[in-house]
Design a protein around this ligand. Structure first.
Ligand code: SAM
Ligand code: SF4
Ligand code: F3S
Length: 457
């Protein structure tokens, strides 16, 4: 798509004349936001920018923000605050804020009124408006914003991918679920699925470019296609992607347990390119808490999904998200969560202390649990999970494992790290030339954070 062409040219000549072509883009939050950050970089590249990893060296700074928890927002405000002196030192510096924080009226208002160092604010569905905002700032505008919801929000011309062998492919945007604690439906809008043919074309191109891991993204990929009259369902899409030629692994996240159909589970089991791993966020092991969270499944129903996959593929891997300290979570509720993680034996959990989000239903629920209790529960949860991981990873000792090499180990010189099909971290001795390729290892040891192995020739 040839969008913004005239504006790109104008920006290019302005920044060339001023020799101010270095951009720093930092994305916070989930992989969907990181993917938006890659599109932002694509638009900047077309506008003539080069990239720097050092914000102090940048002529343009874009912070692509997350609003899912209060500490994520505080962090961004801290960073923007500290950039005030940078802007005072170099008044020509342009600072822009994009991402989920900007979709909240009170936050956009706060940025505008309290952070004069910010030149523009870009809404989550308005990525294509970036060049226009940038041009205004380059022409001297003190502040501008575009937070409208455009229909063509996802049609960004180019993308600068972070990796040359792992690619994220958003298949849908937004969320319809309104879990009572969650801000995402308010900042990302309702579900909009991309056309299957566009997704298939993108993955085909990535596979032929040599990408080894394709991560399909959506807040609930299981409801992919529900908003398209003639589209494919998610399991059908998975089967179509599995037929694309090439040696690559297909992953996806997140999958809402209420929509994990038999059709989907069979597609995962039957498609050889689809990883035998499911990220299935459970949030709590208590049916009472799940109901108050509006999750619309029970622990029993959730376990049916786990058992179905494990009966057919015993080493099938599960990971999950958990919230500790949801309003009035009792000791019994928390114990039920511990019981659940022991029962499922997750390979990894992503756990968060509940954070009150303005505008959500849970934000007005009574909460008598102290911060101290919440922190104690969090520590206990992580302790129990550490034991589970170490024990559970032992199932791979003595086995062969196919691993996509991610990079060099930060812990041990001469060692590489990678991810197995089951999404487990593996560490093994090897040469850095192997980064980005698949290797076969034999697992020799299980730690609580990874398996250790050696490459088999
Ligand atoms: N759509 C995904 C799903 O349904 O599981 C997850 C999206 S959300 C960006 C990622 C995780 O953040 C959630 O699974 C939940 O555990 C956590 N989360 C969301 N809102 C939260 C809040 N208010 N406080 C703490 N954790 C939260
Ligand atoms: Fe948030 Fe629930 Fe939607 Fe996930 S499914 S993004 S947790 S509202
Ligand atoms: Fe955060 Fe927005 Fe993702 S709130 S988790 S960046 S969808």
């Amino acid at each position: 798509m040839d969008c913004n062409t005239g504006i790109f040219e104008e920006i290019r000549s302005l920044i060339q004349a001023r020799n101010s072509k270095k951009a720093y883009v930092r994305s916070f939050g989930c992989q969907l936001n990181v993917s938006d950050g890659e599109k932002i970089k694509g638009l900047l590249k077309q506008s003539g920018y080069d990239f720097t990893e050092d914000e102090n060296d940048a002529d343009l700074i874009i912070l692509n923000t997350c609003a899912v928890r209060e500490n994520a927002e505080d962090r961004v405000f801290g960073i923007v605050g500290s950039m005030k002196s940078l802007k005072e030192l170099r008044p020509e510096l342009i600072i822009g804020i994009s991402g989920c924080m900007t979709a909240q009226e009170h936050i956009a208002e706060k940025i505008k009124s309290s952070y004069p160092q910010v030149s523009f604010v870009l809404g989550t569905s308005a990525l294509n408006a970036l060049p226009a905002l940038l041009l205004e700032a380059l022409k001297g505008a003190k502040y501008s914003e575009d937070r409208r919801e455009y229909d063509d929000f996802s049609q960004v011309c180019e993308q600068i991918r972070e990796s040359t062998f792992k690619a994220s492919v958003p298949i849908m945007y937004g969320c319809n679920n309104f879990c009572t604690y969650c801000i995402v439906p308010y900042v990302r809008g309702r579900e909009r699925s991309r056309k299957a043919e566009d997704i298939i074309a993108e993955v085909t191109q990535l596979a032929s470019d040599g990408y080894k891991e394709i991560m399909l993204l959506g807040q609930n990929v299981n409801s992919y296609g529900n908003d398209l009259s003639d589209g494919l369902s998610f399991p059908q899409l998975l089967r179509r992607l599995n037929d694309i030629e090439g040696d690559f692994v297909i992953r996806f996240m997140s999958s809402h347990p209420k929509d994990a159909s038999r059709e989907l589970l069979d597609a995962i089991l039957e498609c050889d390119k689809v990883a035998k791993h499911l990220h299935l966020p459970v949030q709590s092991g208590s049916n009472d808490v799940l109901e108050r969270m509006n999750r619309r499944y029970t622990v029993e129903k959730y376990l049916e999904t786990v058992d179905y996959l494990r009966e057919r593929e015993p080493s099938f891997s599960f990971t999950t998200d958990l919230i500790v300290g949801f309003p009035n979570e009792s000791d019994e509720d928390f114990e039920a969560t511990l019981e659940l993680i022991k029962r499922v034996k997750y390979d990894n959990i992503y756990s968060f202390i509940y954070s009150k989000r303005t505008g959500t239903k849970a934000s007005v629920m009574e909460d008598k649990i102290s911060d101290d209790v919440k922190s104690r529960r969090m520590r206990r949860l992580l302790e129990v999970q550490r034991e589970i991981s170490t024990e559970h990873y032992k199932r791979f000792v003595g086995e062969k494992m196919r691993v996509l090499v991610d990079g060099e180990s930060k812990k041990r010189e001469g060692y590489l790290t990678g991810k197995s099909n089951e999404f487990i971290i593996a560490e093994f001795a090897g040469d850095s030339s192997l980064v980005g390729s698949f290797v076969e290892i034999e697992v020799t040891e299980a730690k609580n954070w990874a398996v250790i192995g050696k490459i088999i020739d």
